[in-house]
Ligand binder design. Structure first.
Ligand code: ZN
Ligand code: ZN
Length: 184
């Protein structure tokens, strides 16, 4: 496996293409500081386009996870999240952007049970290598926490936290956590 070299985030005012001086018009951070996580004015250190929408995924997993979480927390309804995912359409060979990851994550947590099966199918189509490893007695496939961690590019510990939180909230979930979680 080839190890990927992660790039440092671009601070406010040190952009090569996008211009955020003397402060960021969106997150209001002053020049020299990091943008707020998830800021739409942060420049990608790889392609120099908007970081949250590009396909580089070139930041460290820790930075990536924080950006995805910040974006995720900005979603307030599933329609918006679905629109983001739909608008992205098919981009074969491209990694999903941070925004797409966040929208997918939000959808997973918030869509009604009936919709979730469709979403699972779409998810399988966009991640053809990803086959549900677990199955319940009705034949429904479940993803493991490890699979979700890789596919959504969020740390495994965060997947487990989400699963625990959802189980605690009694929501029931459609993916597995090594143990098979029942859907309510
Ligand atoms: Zn900003
Ligand atoms: Zn980029």
């Amino acid at each position: 496996m080839k190890l990927k070299k992660y790039l440092e985030r671009v601070t406010v005012g040190s952009e090569l293409v996008m211009a955020c001086n003397p402060s960021c018009p969106e997150c209001r951070q002053p020049a020299g500081e990091m943008h707020a996580f998830g800021c739409g004015c942060e420049e990608c250190p790889g392609c120099r386009k908007i970081l949250i929408g590009c396909h580089c995924n070139c930041l460290s997993p820790a930075d990536s996870a924080k950006i995805i979480k910040a974006l995720h927390d900005q979603f307030t309804d599933v329609t918006d999240a679905a629109e983001v995912v739909t608008a992205a359409g098919d981009e074969p060979g491209l990694d999903a952007s941070y925004l797409i990851h966040a929208a997918m994550q939000y959808l997973y947590e918030n869509v009604a049970e009936a919709l979730r099966a469709d979403l699972n199918r779409g998810f399988q189509e966009s991640h053809p290598d990803l086959v549900p490893l677990l199955q319940d007695e009705t034949g429904h496939g479940y993803y493991t926490a490890e699979q979700l961690s890789v596919a959504l590019q969020i740390p495994l510990i965060e997947v487990h936290e989400k699963i625990d939180a959802m189980v605690a909230a009694g929501q029931g979930i459609r993916f597995g956590n090594h143990r098979l979680q029942k859907v309510n």
